[in-house]
Design a protein around this ligand. Structure first.
Ligand code: PLP
Length: 457
């Protein structure tokens, strides 16, 4: 990505000492140079040195409608010309936040919205809403929140405590008390060493075991991501049966069920929302990322009537200075209208079927253990040994190596994992562009596989 162009070298100097990177090893940036992305259009990106890439990740499961959509840019411009900032504290509103609340509740069949700036903040909001809801209803001891192992719900303290990724947690312990975890519906590496349907979805029953052990009167909410992203496009073998079990367990114990659709929402999984794959409706939804396709930051927590009614007489003790910013709300409305008008969730479904078929070809590689996904939410899991599913040592950092090769081959598939490649292109992608991504994946995996076998020797 780097070269000796003067402008680039100037940015490299700055990156060496002036900016701490997110989830990256700074030394690598210092030695190898920052990857400066400068321009985007449709499914394409250009770096500062004018190298062109296909964006195979919607940057970070974000840019669902593609880059450079003038309708969204103009909506933001128009709003900022009118008023650039209004706080939503203390009973003040602005038109776009209200219009967006109406739009979101209509398309979801829910009742009310609380705005924030990111997925993490929208998760914090959901946690607090759940706790205060039970408090108001006379159950202050219902304070524990349950998530799933290996889940990613963000980086702020509540969201991190809810998440189940060990590496993300260790530096920051002790985490917030009262967060518990149950097992994942991860058939490729079943936590119970079983297989579907013989297992009878023991992974869902694990929730019941945990609740019985902790005492149902102490649990406020269960928060799950319908199609798990960080773990690598993991979802149950039977959406309906699994989520019906989870729903039933929650309802029987007066526990709120919350779906984190920060990644899944707005078409990513081939439906407008991932809950449509299940046969249940949660009590709350959490959104971020694709809600604006990244044109401006926004998080939203959407609640059922049962919850919103409880808050009519009580102040919700929560708020963000920039929550529901006018530019972000305007961007979200324009973005959602594009997704609805162009039925991008249908393209995600259709192109997802094609991508799935093409990605199966990667199973020929010795280091590809599994390829899975739904809609335009896919993952490749690498293994040292296909038969035993032995994981590849993190020292080899295979995903990072493949990511670098992919860039050389004109595809941006940003690394977020040690041994997985995520594939989640903008929902406007076509077959030809998918072919390009898969062919680059083949070239890149082939090269890194050779490296891996010589590394092992
Ligand atoms: C499922 C899920 N929830 C929450 C978050 C946190 O969102 P943010 O990074 O906007 O805080 C993410 C981010 O990747 C996510 O994937």
């Amino acid at each position: 990505m780097n070269n000796n162009n003067k402008e680039y070298l100037r940015y490299w100097e700055i990156a060496k000492s002036k900016m701490i990177p997110h989830f990256a090893i700074w030394k690598e940036v210092i030695n190898e140079g920052p990857r400066v992305i400068s321009k985007g259009d449709g499914v394409y990106l250009w770096d500062i040195n004018n190298n062109k890439y296909i964006d195979g990740m919607s940057i970070l499961w974000v840019v669902n409608v593609g880059h450079n959509r003038k309708e969204i840019i103009e909506a933001i411009y128009e709003q900022l010309n009118k008023i650039s900032y209004v706080s939503l504290f203390g009973g003040y509103y602005h038109e776009k936040a209200l219009e967006l609340s109406e739009l979101l509740t209509n398309i979801l069949g829910m009742d009310a919205v609380f705005f924030s700036n990111s997925g993490s903040e929208a998760i914090e909001t959901a946690i607090k809403l759940a706790k205060q809801y039970h408090y108001i209803k006379g159950n202050p001891n219902k304070y524990k929140i349950i998530g799933r192992w290996h889940s990613y719900h963000g980086v702020t303290y509540g969201a991190l405590s809810l998440s189940g990724i060990r590496q993300n947690r260790i530096f920051f312990e002790p985490l917030v008390p009262g967060f518990l975890h149950f097992e994942v519906p991860y058939c490729y590496r079943c936590p119970f060493n079983s297989s579907y349907p013989d297992c009878e979805l023991r992974c869902a029953q694990d929730l019941e075991r945990l609740i019985e052990y902790e005492g149902p009167k102490t649990i406020a909410a269960v928060i799950v991501e319908p199609v798990m992203s960080a773990l690598g496009s993991v979802y149950p073998p039977d959406f309906h049966k699994y989520y019906q079990k989870i729903y039933k367990i929650c309802k029987e114990n007066d526990i709120l069920l919350i779906f984190d659709e920060v990644n899944n929402g707005f078409g990513r999984t081939g439906k407008l929302f991932a809950y449509e794959h299940t046969s249940v409706k949660p009590d709350m939804f959490v959104f971020g990322k694709g809600i604006t396709s990244g044109y401006a930051p926004l998080g939203a927590t959407v609640v059922s009537k049962e919850i919103s009614e409880v808050f009519k007489d009580w102040m919700f003790m929560h708020g963000y200075t920039f929550g529901g910013h006018p530019a972000s709300a305007a961007a979200a409305i324009a973005n959602i209208n594009i997704i609805l008008n162009e039925k991008l969730y249908e393209n995600a479904h259709n192109m997802g079927l094609y991508l799935k078929e093409k990605l199966q070809e990667l199973m020929e590689f010795d280091i590809v253990g599994d390829v899975r996904g739904i809609g335009l939410h896919f993952s490749i899991e690498y293994v040292a040994d296909k038969l035993t599913k032995k994981p590849i040592s993190s020292k080899f950092w295979i995903a990072a190596r493949i990511e670098k090769e992919l860039l050389k081959n004109g595809v941006y598939l940003a690394r977020a994992s040690v041994d997985r490649t995520y594939i989640a292109p903008p929902l406007i992608i076509n077959k030809e562009q998918i072919d390009f991504i898969v062919s680059a994946l083949k070239k890149s995996i082939y090269k890194v596989q050779q490296e891996f076998f010589s590394f092992k020797k």
